[in-house]
Design a protein around this ligand. Sequence first.
Ligand code: UT7
Length: 323
Amino acid sequence: MIRSVLIGTGSALPRTAVSNAELAQRVDTSDEWIVERTGISNRYIAQADETTSTLATEAGRKALEAAGVEADSIDLIVLATATPDQTFPATATIVQSSLGCRPGGIAFDVAAVCSGFLYAVGVADSMLRTGMARRALVIGAETFSRILDWEDRTTCVLFGDGAGAVVLEAQDQEGETPRGILATRLHADGAHNQLLYVDGGPSTSGTVGKLRMKGREVFRHAVVNLADVLREVIEDAGLSTSDIDWLVPHQANARILDATAKKLDLPPGKVVMTVGQHANTSAASVPLALDQAVRDGRIKQGDLVMLEAMGGGFTWGASLIRI
Ligand code: UT7
C-alpha cells in the first residue's frame, strides 16, 4: 500500500528574539500576565529582510538536508500560510524557485490559518497516494508580526514568526506497523468567522488588515474541537490513545495544550510544547515543534505521532503519523 512517509524535517526562526519584558516596554502588559495566561515567554519577530518565503526556504532546505534528498527531486510543494509574501503568486512558487526544486512540478499555497499545516499535510498525502507526485515538501510559514495590531494587547503578545517543513515521500509500506500517514481528519465551520479574522483583504478593503480575536470564545471552541478530532483520528487508525508516543499540537496557549491532553488522558510528558519560546506561529507552529522534537532526539523512527491544530475559520484537524 502506498503511504506518505515522513523522511525529513526542518525549521527556521527570524534572527530577533523578543521577550515579554521587552514587549512590556511598548505595550501595556507584563511578563507575569503573559506567562500565567498563555505560557509564552518569548517570540521571534521578522526584520524587513525576513519574509514568509525566506523563512520557508530555510526550513525547506533544512528538511531536504535531513532527508538526504536533492531539491530537484521535489515534484510537489504545498505551503500553508495566512501571511504570503504577495497576494499572488503563491509563496510556494517563490520557494520552488529559491530552493531549485524541479521546474514544472506542482506548487501552491493553502489558506487555513493555524490549521494550515494540517490541511497541507492532508492535501499532499492525497496527492502522493494517488500518484500525482512522488516526493513533497510540505511547509508551514508565517510572518504574523506584519498583521498584528501592536496597539491591541489582547492579541499582539500572543503571536510570533517562523517556519517549519517536512519532506513526504510516496513509499510502498507493508506489514503490521507501516510507516507514514495513517489517518487524517480535517474540518471547518464558517459560522465562527467573527471570532478570529483579519479586518482587511484584497477584495474588501484593498488593504492587508489586522488580526482580530475574541480569545476567550476561541479558547472554549478549541478544547472541544481538538479533543473530538483527535478521537476521530485515533478511531480511524484502529488504535487507542495509549498507543500514541507523542502529541505535537498547535502551539497557541499552554493552557489549551494541557486541557486537550487531560481530556484524552495523555500524560503531559508526551506533549511537545514549544509555545513558551516561539509563541503562536500559526501554520508554522506544528512543523516547528515537530522539528525541534526530532532534532533533540525525543521523536524517533517508529514512533506514533499525532499532529493537531485549530484556527481561524474555524478550521481544525489532526493527522496520525508513524515516523
Ligand atoms: O491560534 C489560533 C487559536 N487561538 C487561540 O487558541 C487563542 C485562544 N485564547 C487564549 O489563548 C486566551 O483566551 C487569551 C490568552 C487570548 C486570553 O486569556 P483569558 O484568560 O481568556 O483572558 P481574557 O481575554 O478574559 O482577559 C482577562 C483580563 C482582561 O481584563 P479585565 O476585563 O478582566 O479587567 C483583559 O483586559 O486580562 C486583560 N488582558 C491583559 N492584561 C495584561 C488582556 N490582554 C492582556 C495583556 N496584558 N496582554
